[in-house]
Design a protein around this ligand. Sequence first.
Ligand SMILES: [Zn+2]
Length: 154
Amino acid sequence: MADPRKNVKRERIQAMFGGRCAYCGSELGERWHIDHVEPVLRQLQYEQGKGFFKTGKLHRPENDREDNLFPACIPCNIDKGTYTLDGWREKLETTCDVLGRTSATYKHGVRFGLISETRKQIVFYFETVMTEVPTTLATVKPPRDLRTRLREDV
Ligand SMILES: [Zn+2]
């Protein structure tokens, strides 16, 4: 039988940003993930013939706290993986460079004007709706222009 406290916690997290993904802002829908903002880094173990599997243990158990949880759409949560927010932001900002190096189809799309590259600073959805970044996420640095906006709002 499902633990009703788990459902209440899940509903509370889903409502944090109006039912939207904390990162891209898309509507969560029925299937979505709870993301550890500061990653917990699940321990993996290798076994001959089985490959890698999760042990259930965490490298960073101190990050497994309710104030470190954000709602995320499945593509964002999978892409963020074990990145910190700043690390993931940097990875996302190099998307055009990576595609330009690794995908011939992408290069054709750019060359024939089907794809227009937009290089911009990534601002996560939660950074546009939160008036201040919680102290529990002290390692999260909003992009420079958002930091300026936050100061101007004071
Ligand atoms: Zn998302």
